[in-house]
Write a protein that binds this ligand. Structure first.
Ligand code: SF4
Length: 398
């Protein structure tokens, strides 16, 4: 993460240009009467659109916002604000929500990098100014910044670092007091959550934006490719819509920029490898993670997939995933698709012990291994019932 050394204490106009998601930032627009349509097609807003597209594409390439968006350097506060509005609306209308999630991660990280780069009282003041406007109910406290307990728990829960666990915090009455650097990380989480929610748009607005920004969405599609099967993997390609609920949930968690436990990360990589995903697709599954690091992820993915001469580690079975709290067979209330919110009957079949069995039963192909668990009994499967994983359906190299 680049460290952004910043001047002390921003005036309000600069604060809104730096944090354009704050309520009140619209005051940056001195001129009245602009419309959303103007923003997307009027020549007066060419610069804002260019900057907005740059924000979106930079986030798609680099959700950790390590690189600054070069176009920011010459933009006025009003252009910066409009570019933010443009990006937020464009991404709400985008065909896939993956780009919105990455952008939310990148914007929130850019903000927390600035907050972390400040020193002393300037840092504390700016954190309080941003968090206060986000209605996080923070307050100065002796030795740091105080968060109400419920806010702390809500913001810290998705953060994986052990230092954020509640048992390690300075709890005073109903307030958790943290040092400014930790407060900046919590504020980052609050910003990410807010921006990851698409702004509601009417159907005709979505159609208009998609028509105007077809080129942008085509560029995004090439940067956020769909899962790809590796050559020499199981025949039939990858079928992500047939992945078991636990694996789908793990992918959603990372795409949403939330943390996934170590056990979950391992299970996901090992599963994707056995399902035939190419290494790029596996690495790509982790790009939304708040602590994503390309080189470390590549190293870890390589370690998991190249184990035993390229066979890869066997993904954990259902019981293990259950013990880690990763099984969602009872449903995921936060899932976007209604069918995923309820219990999945296949997961309750007495013969189902492994996510690979689930995938095969749904018609997916996996690279077989001799230690794979048996598949469903002859009378127990659904339409197109496969044989045991690693046996009759296997078409992979092993
Ligand atoms: S039962 Fe197994 S396959 Fe189904 S969600 Fe749980 S861990 Fe995944």
């Amino acid at each position: 993460m680049a460290v952004h050394r910043a001047p002390a204490v921003l005036d309000e106009r600069s604060l809104f240009a730096t944090y354009p998601f704050l309520p009140g930032a619209e005051s940056l627009l001195a001129e009245a009467g602009w419309t959303l349509r103007d923003l997307f097609e009027d020549r007066r807003y060419d610069a804002a659109r260019l900057l907005g597209r740059a924000r979106i594409l930079a986030a798609a390439d680099d959700p950790r916002a390590v690189r600054e968006v070069a176009e920011f350097a010459h933009a006025s506060p009003a252009e910066r604000y409009l570019s933010f509005v443009f990006a937020r609306v464009a991404l709400a209308a985008a065909p896939s929500k993956a780009a919105l999630r990455r952008w939310a991660v990148a914007e929130s990280k850019r903000s927390s990098a600035r907050l972390e780069g400040l020193d002393g009282s300037a840092q504390e003041e700016e954190i309080l100014a941003v968090a206060g406007r986000l209605r996080l109910a923070v307050a100065p406290a002796d030795g740091g910044i105080g968060f109400p307990l419920d806010s702390y728990v809500r913001l810290a829960t998705p953060i994986r670092e052990a230092d954020f666990r509640l048992v390690r915090q300075d709890l005073r009455g109903g307030t958790v007091v943290v040092r400014p650097a930790r407060a900046a990380r919590l504020v980052e989480e609050g910003i990410r959550r807010m921006l990851a929610e698409p702004v509601p748009l009417q159907a005709e607005v979505v159609e208009f934006v998609r028509g105007r920004e077809a080129e942008l969405f085509a560029a995004l599609a090439t940067r956020l490719p769909l899962p790809t099967a590796r050559s020499g993997g199981p025949a039939g390609g990858l079928l992500p819509e047939r992945f078991p609920p636990c694996i789908r949930k793990m992918r959603r968690t990372l795409q949403a920029g939330e943390n996934l436990s170590h056990a979950g990360r391992f299970a996901l990589a090992a599963f994707l490898h056995r399902a035939g995903a190419d290494p790029e697709t596996i690495v790509d599954a982790y790009r939304g993670a708040p602590d994503f690091d390309e080189s470390i992820t590549r190293y870890q993915v390589e370690h998991i997939t190249q184990h035993a001469g390229g066979a890869g580690y066997t993904p954990p079975e259902c019981e293990t995933l259950r013990s880690h709290g990763l099984c969602v067979r009872d449903g995921d209330p936060t899932a976007p698709e209604p069918r995923e919110r309820g219990r999945d009957p296949l997961c309750f079949e007495p013969w189902l012990h492994h996510p690979l069995q689930y995938y095969q039963t749904r018609g997916g192909r996996v690279t077989e291994r001799s230690e794979d668990p048996p598949g469903p009994p002859p009378s127990g499967g659904g339409p197109g019932r496969p044989g045991p994983p690693g046996r009759s359906r296997s078409t992979g190299p092993r």
